[in-house]
Design a protein around this ligand. Sequence first.
Ligand SMILES: [Zn+2]
Length: 212
Amino acid sequence: MKEMIDFDDELSEKQLEQNGIENDMVEDSILQLLKAVGEDPTREGLKFTPKRVARMYSELLSGYHVDPEVMINGALFNITYDEMVLVRDIEFYSLCEHHILPFMGRVHVAYIPDGKVIGLSKIPRIVDMYARRLQVQERMTRQIADFLRDLLKPQGVAVVVEAVHLCSMMRGVRKHDARMTTSAMHGAFRANLATRQEFLDNISRGATPLQI
Ligand SMILES: [Zn+2]
């Protein structure tokens, strides 16, 4: 009888194929890892771990193969609005490229349009496109800001990322460094102190401390 494996995820075979990750290679690497740490990869609890982990990475690292044009899908609108658009507290989960451990937190995005706006639901998708890769927080922050700058050609764009890093917390070497805030500013947010301050005041207002 064929044993049913509960992968505990919602990935379809099609999704697994489309995100461009070599699942077999990941599976094999995890099998090697289990052996390398002295585990018995054939025991009940570990039997399907390589398969599960491969599926997990194909989800957590799906950001490499997102086609931005398909993702944006025409959700750009011409509009005469030149006040700050702010989306705060976008939850994200990423993996640090130094340890392949999670870092997670919130992203705050603001821009001042110059004739073009983007559908609000797309901004978390843009965050995910960059979060679901092996990352460093500083680069992720900049990539989100640069993407919006290039896409919208706005008067300004600002991105602040607050995150906690498990590689610092779990390894107990630099616990005080576990929380980190990074920012990237373009245009008006860089040039104009009052604009930048308005954004920073906005995101700190009613902010709840990061918790995991
Ligand atoms: Zn790390």
